[in-house]
Design a protein around this ligand. Structure first.
Ligand SMILES: NC(=O)c1ccc[n+]([C@@H]2O[C@H](COP(=O)([O-])OP(=O)(O)OC[C@H]3O[C@@H](n4cnc5c(N)ncnc54)[C@H](OP(=O)(O)O)[C@@H]3O)[C@@H](O)[C@H]2O)c1
Length: 253
């Protein structure tokens, strides 16, 4: 099991939610963390709270020049690159009869295409350090939420991508794994204009009884799993459900 002390870790979408929680977790374990996002004030606030081991970089994962600059910034900050956490993501939902092409392509760009190309840009650096890539899937591939087909489809792609890239990059000693989180209160639905904070919180809390463990999860509980996959040296191609049992499809009949 590898230590995170001194490791160089790049986390996309680190200005809020699971990315911010993961940045805090890795920094507490001694890593040098680079976080990215499009809103400067969000990533700056997270980095300021963590301290000098966290570098914020304004960067849009859908833009090639941004991806290249981001990898270079992480390599400079951490003297190389050990771990890439492809966390940035967006929600788009609606009945299939009402979906629009541009937002649909947009969510595939941010949730699938950008992370794929960012991974490619990081590979030469990860290969030098026997590094690891961690993708973020979703419980939406375990349970069908009507109206959420665009988001679920992007996360299905991520699980397949994890397996293929694990096979492709294994010979370079790069491990590729995926965490599949369940329900955690973050700002993903609010950013998509779907709900306000209170409604989002109420919707998640109302899902508590669908979990084997009877509650939604926390940012820290997802971060622990991401860190585990960053350190587990003989684990690759794994898709790890971290969802309090939400994905089990509990029935009470
Ligand atoms: N929360 C859950 O219950 C849950 C469950 C399963 C999976 N997930 C996954 O977990 C990951 C994190 O989501 P979250 O729930 O923590 O939501 P969040 O709080 O909305 O965080 C997502 C972050 O990604 C950033 N981002 C979005 N598009 C980007 C882009 N093009 N380039 C760079 N950064 C971008 C956003 O910041 P900017 O807008 O400033 O760029 C935001 O800070 C996502 O992949 C999501 O699908 C979440």
């Amino acid at each position: 099991m590898r230590s995170l002390e001194g490791a160089s870790v790049l986390i996309t979408g680190g200005g809020s939610g699971l990315g911010a929680g993961t940045a805090r977790h890795f920094a507490e374990r001694g890593a040098k963390v680079t976080i990215s996002g499009r809103r400067p004030e969000k990533i700056r606030a997270v980095a300021d709270a963590i301290g000098e081991h966290c570098q914020p970089v304004v960067s849009d994962v859908t833009r090639q020049a941004d991806r290249e600059e981001l990898v270079a910034a992480a390599v400079a900050h951490g003297d190389g690159l050990d771990v890439l956490v492809n966390n940035a993501g967006n929600m788009y939902r609606g009945p299939v009869t009402e979906l629009e092409e541009e937002p649909l392509l947009g969510i595939f760009r941010s949730n699938v295409v950008g992370p794929m190309l960012l991974t490619g840009a990081a590979v030469p650096h990860l290969a030098e350090r026997k590094g690891a890539v961690i993708f973020l899937g979703s419980v939406h591939t375990r349970r069908a939420f009507p109206g959420a087909s665009p988001y679920a489809a992007t996360k299905g792609a991520i699980e397949v991508l994890t397996k293929v890239l694990a096979a492709e990059l294994g010979p370079q000693d790069i491990r590729v794994n995926c965490v599949v989180p369940g329900a955690v209160f973050t700002e993903i639905n609010q950013r998509a204009g779907l709900f306000d904070d209170d409604t989002a919180r109420q919707r998640l809390d109302s899902m508590a009884e669908m979990h084997a463990l009877g509650r939604i999860g926390s940012e820290e509980e997802i971060a622990e799993a991401i860190a585990h996959l960053a350190c587990a040296e003989w684990t690759t191609g794994a898709v790890l459900d971290v969802d309090g049992g939400l994905g089990l499809g509990l029935t009470k009949a």
